[in-house]
Design a protein around this ligand. Sequence first.
Ligand code: ADP
Ligand code: MG
Length: 607
Amino acid sequence: MAIEILAEPVIAKIAAGEVVERPASVVKELVENALDAGARTIQVEVQDGGRRLIRISDDGSGIAAHEVRLAFARHATSKLRSADDLYQIRTLGFRGEALASIAAVSRVMLVTRHVDEQMGTQIKLDGGVILHEKPIGAPSGTVITIENLFFNTPARLKFLKADDTEKRNIGNTVMRYALAYPQVRFILLQDGRELFRSSGGGHLADVAVKVLGLDVFRQMIEVTEEEALPNINGSIRVYGYVSEPGLSRKDRSRILLFVNGRSIQDNGLTYAVTQAYHTLLMKGRHPVAVLLLDVPPEFVDVNVHPTKAEVRFQDGNAVFVAVQRTVRQAVINLAQTRQVHGTGRGSSETNSGWRMPYAVEPEDRYIQRELGLELDSPGQYPLQRAAPARQPEPEADPTAIPVGAGRPQKPRTLPMLRVIGQVGAAYIVAEGPAGLYLIDQHAAHERIMYEQFMADYARQGVISQRTLEAQTIDLAPDEARLVEMRLDALAAVGFILETFGANTFLIRALPALLADQDPAEVVMSILPDLEADKTPGQVNAEARIIMRVCKRAAVKAGQILSLAEMQGIIHQLERCDAPHTCPHGRPTMLHISGDQLAREFGRLGAE
Ligand code: ADP
Ligand code: MG
């Protein structure tokens, strides 16, 4: 083919591909326009995950009648004049591309009235072509409606993720802007249902509660710090909320960062936040954070990427250090006060307790149990210890859950072992015909409970236990949708939840194995397992939840076990289908054969 300059509609479609990748990017661009226009209330309405309809209404400045057409031209903007302005950007938009790009791949209707004009304007476009433009009576501000997005780019349409994913992306987009602009009221309606609303009252905390859910927000610490920037006449302000070390997630998706009112993705800064928790969080766990950075506009280049999600700082290191230091200081301060004033495990009412993930059971609790004092409130099962102890002592605690009750005795998969003792409050030492066994008590117990739980699940007989007082849990909107969709699956594994308001659920019952744990905490812990299965062939959500429940319920390393308890674990492990590994695939035991022992001691061959 000979070289030719592309026709304008082709250029427009190519450019559109960069700016409007998906429905959420349309929402992002239009919300930015509304914010730039000084809106105090922004309503986002979506149907079918944005495919059928996206409508953004604002009460901002509006567009003057004679400029409406121009707004849809490419590289038409009211926000930038010269190339120098690029280094002084104070608005969210400046490329003059969004309206043109969106119009090129959808059907658009825009109604707007400029604050200084009497009459409004209505304009309709189809695939970027203006169908009509006429004066119309309208309140000041702008309403833009996008229908049939990507109708003329079938490839793009095909690549759109499932409805739920798009809905979640849109929700996240709106919530991020709500966090960055607490003084603006945001309303999100999806398929006619209000999913999110911020008050516009100007307080970040109010919005953070709405976005993260009350139970998470209660475990957040406020940070605020201002530091002078070296080599520049200005300073950097870092403020917002970060999680106590007791609260963590398995991914970084709740580390929300903003620079000058712009939600950004920056691996470096995300790492700075995670780094601040060094040694305070388990490997593979990440904090929750909502952090806003204010820096001088000339200090940051936002013109790096068409979607403006990445930024570049004049001195990236200074920003990294400021973020890391601010967060670290806040977290360390908290740790110190907690140590001195040790509030211990907070009630779920105040949730102020210092909680490490997978905390080892406090020593005193163990000792009191050992002395026969029961710390658990009546009606709750002291299951962790009672369950394994049940077998060798049939007359044991009558309240113990009937794990394995009435189960036919399964065939042996291990030789019969004799318990010798415990080392390091973590391993059981046992002897068998083939030598010495060291058994990881936590991994082994996890395996036992997992197989029993799976068997119960398979015959739809998971035992769940009512919570003492019905407790509510307040979730982030996207999490709440996820839970809502999976209520049946959750019930099948023993979690009985009821909707109780927009993002609130009543916790009616939990799997009996977890009856002695904080219900809200337990429910929070399984949320990551609910996400739709990404790759085919992966274990389903139910299996993931069962694995997590067993992990939580299993005896921990650090718990001293009685001989009977150790025998209980060993006897049950001997009859597991896969006794050699825990449900996560780690080994449950180390075996040293008689031959090996003899060799090590130089006895082999000796008489
Ligand atoms: P940019 O935001 O980069 O300037 P856009 O294509 O998004 O480019 O918008 C083009 C112009 O249309 C903006 O510069 C602004 O003047 C005007 N505009 C768009 N949306 C609105 C709105 N909601 N309220 C007022 N003016 C708007
Ligand atoms: Mg714009």
